[in-house]
Every structure is written in structure tokens, then in C-alpha cells.
Ligand binder design. Structure first.
Ligand SMILES: *Cc1c(COP(=O)(O)O)cnc(C)c1O
Length: 393
């Protein structure tokens, strides 16, 4: 049994491409070409060169000594926070901009919630001199002013989504509408392992560099490629997919996925998609999503803007359903405390998304000789105001 995608674009029963007729040519063009393009030596060469010299890869695998002592186990942090633009998202946008160029596209659209994916997309568009349009909910534009400013400085046009709850899912709907209207010249850069096939697989493959590096780095440090546990936070699931990718079918390695429980799983204000979710279709993919009895998508909540998505990528829905991964939901309070702990113990200020993953050590006891690799998906600069408000700094 494989936990990776099959030829039809499914992870178990999840995935596929549930799209309106009018989007079919765009998605089909990508589906027919993405593997072929990614396999071209010139693509690999350009992708790897940019990851090295522009993003700053490989990101270090850091043995967190004081954190390990506190929890009496061996903890390694994969430092995606040290990437250019401060998180893992740039791995995907670099891959997709190179894909867009080879497909002959000269206009990029993207959706963004907190603005992190918008910034990563605007960054690679500036790098390549390609027009960039970012859709963002009106509410998010007001909440995330620094990232809106960053996108503008990088030359992107930010268009407010004015419909619905005026947040991420509405921005995504606007981006899809734009793509339908501009099928020939435009590529849509989706920011996580979500959306219609082939997006979840393509994004997972661009992020897979994370687990590829973990293997060789761990071999060098511990004499084995296999940790006992991999831990990552899951919003849509891209940093987690990258962390797990080369270990998916290696059941010697345990997988832990951390979701945002907000004010508590049963509080009505959370983003614990796998636990609370039911099968449904969101943004072109069959997956688990939070919905009411009559199928209306529920507004998610988390203190972390990067984790409050009502769905989860189809890879993760399958990891949940099959029991391959253990899913743990972490509240706002638990995450904030774990984030501050990392600051004091290791001198690293994590993104609040990553702080959710760090809270695993308060939830689960590991053995002294267990090797736990935790993906530190991003740095906390963008969250400073949240930390200030929460801790009254
Ligand atoms: C966007 C983001 C996430 C969540 O997105 P995934 O696709 O689930 O990885 C996690 N951490 C950081 C730092 C982010 O910016």
C-alpha cells in the first residue's frame, strides 16, 4: 500500500479534480505537462540553483540541545524559518514560477490569507519579471497590513475579495474566477497541497526537498536516515507534505500531524479539520472539511492565520483516514506557550504555525533515545504583533 498519489490523482479516496467545465483546459494542460517538465534536466538545474543561492538551501537540521534536555528526548529542528522570505512557502513558488515560464504563461495569479503565500508569490514574480495579481479577502487586507505593503513593494497588484466572509476562501474563489477568464496566458500559483489534481502532487513534490535534505542530514548526524518521529503543523498541509514525502511509505518512521484547535476542538472556534471534518469537496478536491449538516463550509478559527483553513490537503485526509499519521490538535494557548518556550530555550522566535507543532512535546511523551525531527516551518517576525498582544509585551 502506498500513501502517495495514484495515476488517477487520488490518495486513497481523496483528491481528484472536481472543477467546473470552464476550468478544465487550464487544469488539463498542467496535468499533462507537469511531470514531464519537472523531469527535464534544465528544470532541475534551474530549480536547484535557485533553492541554493536565492532561498539559501539546504536549510540546517539543528539539534536543539536545551529543548531536548527539557523533554528528555532527541529533538532536531528543520530550519525552514531561515529560508528567504522566512518560511517554506518559497520552495513551492520557485517551482511553480519555473513551471509557468515553461508553459509559456506571462501572468501569475494567487490567493492569500495571511499574506505569506502572496509575499512568496510576489517575490518570485519580481525575480522573473512577471506580472503578479494577488487576491486577498478585504478583512485579511486590513488584518495583515505589513504583508500587503510587502507585496506592493515587490510590484504585485493586491485585489480585495469583497464577497462572503471576505477571507481566504473568498479570495480563492476570486482567483479561480480570474483563471477561468484568462485561460491562455495565466498560471494560478496555489499555495498549499490543496486544489484540483495535479496541484496537491505538484506542490508536494516541490516541498519534498525538505525530507530529501532531512534524510542526508540525519544520516550525517545520527548514522541513520530514519527518525523515529516526524512532526509538522498542518494548515493546507504543504510544509507537512514536504517533511513526510520521502518517508510516506516507510512505516518505521512515525508521522505526527498537528492541527490548530483554536479555543478548543469542541468550542466551535477551531481549525482541527481532520478530527471535525467530513468528506466533501473544497476548491476542486475531495477531502475532509469542516462543514455544517447541510454541507455549508464552517468558518475556521485559529490564532495562527496560516492554519485557519477549513479543509486539508487530500494527502493528509488519507493519512488521517488510514491511521498512517497521528493527528493532534493544539489550542491557541498551548501553541503560544510552546512558542515562547522555544525563544527562551533556543533563541529562536518561531512562527505561530510552527509553535503549534512545538506544543507536541507537552502532549506526547517520547523516549530518551527517540529521534524526533520537527519542521520549523517559519520564523516569528510576521507574528510579532500577535505575540505582543498575547503576552502583553
Ligand atoms: C502558510 C504557513 C503554514 C501553513 O501552510 P501549510 O501549507 O500547511 O504548510 C505553516 N507555517 C508557516 C510558517 C506558514 O507560513
Amino acid at each position: 500500500m502506498s500513501y502517495n498519489i495514484n495515476e488517477k490523482g487520488y490518495y486513497g479516496e481523496f483528491g481528484g479534480a472536481y472543477i467546473p467545465e470552464m476550468l478544465y483546459p487550464n487544469v488539463e494542460e498542467l496535468r499533462q505537462n507537469y511531470l514531464k517538465i519537472m523531469a527535464e534536466p534544465s528544470f532541475q538545474e534551474e530549480f536547484n540553483a535557485l533553492l541554493k543561492d536565492y532561498v539559501g538551501r539546504p536549510s540546517p537540521l539543528y539539534f536543539a540541545k536545551r529543548l531536548s534536555e527539557k523533554y528528555n528526548t532527541k529533538i532536531y529542528l528543520k530550519r525552514e524559518d531561515l529560508n528567504h522570505t522566512g518560511a517554506h512557502k518559497i520552495n513551492n513558488t520557485i517551482g511553480q514560477i519555473l513551471m509557468a515560464k515553461r508553459l509559456g504563461k506571462n501572468r501569475i495569479i494567487a490567493e492569500t490569507g495571511a499574506g505569506q503565500h502572496g509575499v512568496a508569490t510576489a517575490t518570485v514574480c519580481a525575480l522573473m519579471g512577471i506580472e503578479c495579481i494577488v487576491y486577498m479577502g478585504e478583512i485579511d487586507i486590513a488584518r495583515q497590513a505589513p504583508n500587503v505593503a510587502r507585496m506592493k513593494m515587490l510590484g504585485a497588484t493586491v485585489i480585495p475579495a469583497l464577497s462572503g466572509s471576505r477571507t481566504l476562501k473568498d479570495a480563492t474563489n476570486e482567483a479561480i474566477r480570474d483563471w477561468i477568464n484568462n485561460p491562455v496566458d495565466t498560471h494560478y500559483i496555489i499555495g498549499s497541497v490543496v486544489g484540483p489534481h495535479p496541484y496537491p502532487d505538484m506542490v508536494a513534490k516541490f516541498q519534498a526537498v525538505v525530507s530529501e535534505e532531512i534524510k542526508s542530514q540525519l544520516l550525517e548526524k545520527e548514522g541513520t536516515e530514519n527518525p523515529d518521529y516526524l512532526v509538522a503543523c498542518v494548515g493546507g498541509g504543504s510544509n507537512a507534505a514536504g517533511t513526510y514525502y520521502h518517508y510516506l511509505d516507510n512505516e518505521d518512521v512515525n508521522i505526527i500531524a498537528i492541527e490548530a484547535a483554536g479555543h478548543g476542538i469542541d468550542s466551535g472556534e477551531s481549525a482541527a479539520t481532520s478530527v471535525l471534518g467530513k468528506e466533501g469537496i473544497i476548491h476542486g478536491s475531495k477531502t475532509l472539511l469542516m462543514q455544517t449538516k447541510d454541507g455549508q463550509i464552517t468558518e475556521p478559527y485559529s490564532i495562527s492565520a496560516g492554519l485557519d483553513y477549513p479543509g486539508v490537503g487530500p494527502m493528509h485526509a488519507n493519512l488521517y483516514k488510514t491511521g498512517r499519521a497521528e493527528f493532534i490538535a493544539i489550542t491557541d494557548n498551548e501553541a503560544m506557550k510552546a512558542g515562547l518556550d522555544l525563544c527562551k530555550l533556543e533563541g529562536i522566535i518561531p512562527a505561530i504555525e510552527s509553535s503549534h507543532a512545538l506544543a507536541v512535546f507537552e502532549h506526547k511523551k517520547f523516549k530518551p533515545d527517540d529521534i524526533v525531527v520537527l519542521n520549523l516551518s517559519g520564523r516569528g517576525d510576521k507574528d510579532l504583533q500577535n505575540y505582543i498582544d498575547y503576552f502583553k509585551l
